[in-house]
Design a binder for this molecule. Structure first.
Ligand SMILES: Cc1cc2nc3c(=O)[nH]c(=O)nc-3n(C[C@H](O)[C@H](O)[C@H](O)COP(=O)(O)OP(=O)(O)OC[C@H]3O[C@@H](n4cnc5c(N)ncnc54)[C@H](O)[C@@H]3O)c2cc1C
Length: 370
């Protein structure tokens, strides 16, 4: 910007007046944090900034699974962490989904209580996972009051474990509804504004040498958080999804997981959404750059043909990638860094279930006492 340019008295009194709270990232976490802060503290002056023309990370680019968790995923988690940690994750997902539905309304987010399945192509992993059904049903009953959540069965010739609590939704509608509620609270949201830095005194640096000031700054940039706060231990992880044309027949109705949740698919009416397989190229997919990994795409196409039996009359109509943020333990980071800066990031592939709850916890964190 030319050195001849200076801000007017009027601009400094209005547009550039320090905010009470600036939130970086208009994904499910950032917008939920804004909403809950304003609901609990109506006089708070809040600005939400996002680098994209719309949310540009994971919240509008995910598969729309509203999951409480599959058995093999929890078995894998138990190898890395304590039973208490896994139980906490179950509770967080269950309560998080209820909060999401309560806050946004099922009818506004295309919610379908379709149930979920874990699909097994081999006998032995199915038998091993099935042995855990009584244990996880007991945990579910104790933790959530829901009885007989998991049940073994058969579908399209494969062994499955059904989870009656799982559902599917439309992530675009979910985020539009959230934005509508945020706007109704007079919260300012600015798009196409990339934040270049966040300083300890609460200064937020934009391009064009603009420097905004806030009493509190919440960084809700998930997979991109390290660019702003290198000390925060959240690694980016790219996810890939495709959607087929309308198929004449759709024998896979509901949400499905396979291979500990690494492969997932669901129907959207008569289309198939297929995604995942990040684990076959973990190093290349540890990136915050959008793009398609052909090895992963080929793997998912092969799975669709060989395992799901999609015939010849199908094609991919849409494909895209999204950027997630993973912590080592999969538990999100909710942290006060210093007097002015806070972080809520690392949703680790579970943001639909826990994003609203993490946003509400972030709101309590930033408005809590120093
Ligand atoms: C392909 C894929 C499939 C998935 N499927 C599911 C699923 O089925 N179920 C489920 O529960 N979860 C799923 N997830 C995960 C889920 O979408 C995320 O956990 C959740 O959306 C994270 O929300 P967030 O608000 O933390 O991050 P995001 O939605 O990524 O929001 C962060 C925002 O910060 C903005 N930002 C970043 N840096 C800056 C900057 N410097 N300046 C300004 N703005 C910035 C970004 O543009 C972005 O909009 C999936 C993710 C992907 C990628």
């Amino acid at each position: 910007m030319s050195s001849k340019f200076q801000y007017s008295f009027w601009e400094k009194e209005t547009f550039l007046k320090p905010y009470d709270l600036i939130i970086i990232g208009a994904g499910i976490v950032g917008l939920s944090a804004a909403l809950f802060t304003k609901r609990n503290h109506p006089s708070t002056r809040i600005l939400v900034l996002d680098k994209g023309f719309m949310p540009e990370g994971a919240s509008t680019r995910n598969a729309g699974f509203a999951c409480v968790g599959s058995i093999t995923e929890y078995i894998a988690d138990l190898e890395k962490e304590s039973a208490e940690g896994v139980k906490q994750r179950i509770v967080n997902r269950y309560r998080g989904l209820n909060l999401l539905k309560e806050t946004l309304g099922e009818n506004h987010i295309g919610y379908d209580a379709c149930g979920g399945y874990e699909l097994f192509t081999e006998e032995q992993p199915f038998e091993e996972a099935s042995e855990y059904i009584p244990k996880f049903n007991k945990w579910m009953a104790e933790l959530t009051g829901e009885e007989k959540v998991y049940k073994a069965g058969k579908l399209n010739g494969y062994h499955v474990i059904h989870n009656r609590l799982e559902g599917a939704l439309h992530p675009g509608s979910m985020m539009q509804r959230l934005l509508q509620l945020v706007r109704a609270q007079d919260i300012e949201v600015k798009w196409n504004v990339k934040v270049e830095g966040v300083e300890q005194d609460g200064s937020v640096l934009l391009g064009n040498e603009i420097r905004l000031k806030a009493d509190k700054v919440l960084v809700a940039a998930n997979g991109f958080v390290k660019k702003l706060l290198p000390e925060v231990k959240v690694e980016p992880a790219r996810g890939f999804v495709f959607v087929t044309n309308e198929l004449e027949e759709m024998s896979w109705k509901g949400t499905f997981h396979h291979d500990r949740g690494y492969i997932y698919f669901r129907n959207i009416s008569n289309r198939l959404l297929m995604g995942g397989a990040r684990n076959i190229a973990t190093i290349q997919e540890t990136t915050d750059q959008f793009g398609v990994n052909e090895k992963i795409k080929d793997h998912l196409i092969k799975f669709s043909k060989d395992v799901l039996g999609l015939g010849k009359q199908w094609q991919i109509e849409s494909e895209w990638s999204g950027i997630m943020g993973f912590t080592e333990s999969k538990t999100p980071i909710l942290e006060r860094l210093d007097d002015h800066r806070f972080v809520a990031a690392g949703l680790s592939g579970m943001g639909v279930a826990i994003g609203t709850k993490i946003g509400s916890l972030a709101a309590s964190m930033v408005m809590g006492k120093k």
